[in-house]
Write a protein that binds this ligand. Structure first.
Ligand SMILES: [Zn+2]
Ligand SMILES: [Zn+2]
Length: 184
């Protein structure tokens, strides 16, 4: 959405609160969430632009609901991702470097924040998305989802790698049997 800030630019108001939603499904030039993530709500944006006398300063908060595949068990993970943005606002043609990350540039009295907000939100995803904080993952041996129940692989593995068994295995290796070696 384009935010009309003419009232601020003309000095009519000193503060401009705003709230709106960004529909991510629509436009093609919107940043997409990571491949395995789906937004289940629009991006909710809420913020304010204030005139400090020397500059216009924008602060906003944005969040959206999402579902994803758990990084650990592959099950469904749900959550809310949120971010915060603070930026100075300048009219087109006023600041030297309009591509600077310090500024949002108003074109013909209007600000288009959608792409920036969406991009910032993508960066806010945790590096690992889990179905729950203590997700137990899947068994690397049999593939059992351990949130749903235990398998006995771990027990078997523990037996196999128990150092006491190693010691016994070594002893057995030292005793020659008919096959000429100690194992089995
Ligand atoms: Zn999980
Ligand atoms: Zn298992």
């Amino acid at each position: 959405m384009k935010l009309d800030i003419n009232a601020l630019l003309s000095g009519k108001v000193r503060s401009l609160p705003f709230a709106y939603e960004i529909d991510c499904g629509g436009e093609d030039d919107m940043p997409r969430p990571p491949a395995e993530v789906t937004f289940t709500s629009p991006i909710r944006v809420k913020g304010n632009i204030s005139d400090s006398g020397s500059c216009l300063y924008l602060t906003l908060e944005a969040d959206a609901d999402y579902t994803a595949l758990c990084d650990r068990c592959g099950g469904k993970a749900e959550g809310v991702v949120s971010c915060r943005l603070e930026r100075m606002v300048a009219e087109e043609g006023i600041v030297a470097d309009e591509n600077s990350d310090d500024y949002f540039i108003a074109v013909e009295g209007k600000l288009d924040l959608d792409a920036e907000v969406a991009e910032e939100l993508m960066l806010a995803f945790p590096p690992q998305i889990l179905c729950r904080e203590d997700c137990r993952g899947v068994c690397p041996i049999c593939g059992q989802n351990k949130n749903e129940g235990d398998c006995d692989c771990e027990e078997k593995e523990a037996e196999r790698t128990d150092p006491r068994w190693d010691a016994i295995a070594r002893l057995l290796e030292e005793i020659p049997d008919e096959d000429g070696h100690g194992e089995n």
